[in-house]
Design a protein around this ligand. Sequence first.
Ligand code: TRP
Length: 437
Amino acid sequence: MAAAGSAIGLGNIWRFPYICGKYGGGAAIILYLAFVFLIGMTLLLSELVIGRRTGSTPMKAFEIMRPQRKGWRYVGLLGLITSFLILAIYLVISGWTLNYFWESVTGTLSSIADGDFANHFATFAASPLMPVVCLVVFMVLTLVIILGGVQNGIEKVSKILMPILLVLVLLLCVRSLTLPGASKGLYYLFHPDFSLLTWEGVLAILGQALFSLSVGMGVMIVYGSYIPKGDGLFKSAMWITVCDTAIAILAGVAIFPAVFAFDQSPDGGPGLVFNVLPVVFNSMGNVGSIVFGGAFFLLLAVAALTSAISLLEALTAWGADYGKSRKRSAIILSIVLALVAVVASFSFDGGILNDNKLAGMSFFDWLDKLTGSYLPPICALLTIIFFGWFMKKDDIHDELSNHGVLKISWFKVFYHILVRFVAPAALIVSLVAGIFT
Ligand code: TRP
């Protein structure tokens, strides 16, 4: 449940729909499903095995499995750097959700006309003050929870809130599907338009599959180390993957019919959720917009918070490994993270730093690309090569079968085909094509 909580986050609701919108609807979904179940889940299972086998954090786990070749621990380090950058961009988006929560409950959003939400979002995200205030509040919340050591509390809270989020998303789907013209949205979401699916898109979709499952940065190694010895790892991995994918697709079903019913642009980029959903809430009347809108953005903020906590926790534990006290390590990291996030926020479309571009992309776009497309696949590739070619096969079999207790007839296919060939090949092809074409 905790790992599913980490996996389910802004990635499912904020990023997945806009990636589908950008790269050909059904074409993107088909590819996403293939990536998530063949490559994402293979990686998830590998990270869980490494974690439970070593009972350790990423950098140390690689050392324990391969003590004579210390270089492998840098894969763990790369994962930590990836986590840091993910958290930086996460802070910006999480801040937006806080703002939208606030504007929902105070009725600001319900006073905006349907056609004006895109403008409202653009003005808000580009302004120098509010987004920064929100992201700092969010960083402080995350830090306070880490310092208070109440992760367990938050874990329990999120177990209750995650199902509520699911119910709300389902309700939104119903509302969205009963809007006039909903079928157009469904058509757009599920009808495969392969002409929009570029190589860049393939890499973005692969990156999204990894990002969404929280793999390719070693975080699931940590979660693996918490899984009780008697549990079947395959079952856990399947459960996480199915839940995560279901929420992502439902988010798409909630959003696209509304996009078309209210004449919005389906490839609206990172602002999609914020432009479209308030329109749906407003169509539920004043009370509906305050109650549903408020609840939705609050839960989105909570989903983001639980993910942010686990990211900061991983980074803090690593800082503490290097002799800093947990407290100091958490505070220093938070300050640096907030600063990076502020720069990211300023560089978003229309912001004061948006004109400073590197290779045509702003700092925000770079962060989005690095954390969404590049770093997780690179880290995943190194991890899967380590797992498939450098770890002992017997160790892996032993861990997956719980020392021979579970029958794992799928092991041969998993290890000899998926781990050793399909996953590395798909990662290499997507990376090379995505970067160089
Ligand atoms: N999977 C999360 C999401 O979909 C994002 C994420 C990536 C994450 N890596 C993580 C969350 C590590 C927690 C820990 O939003």
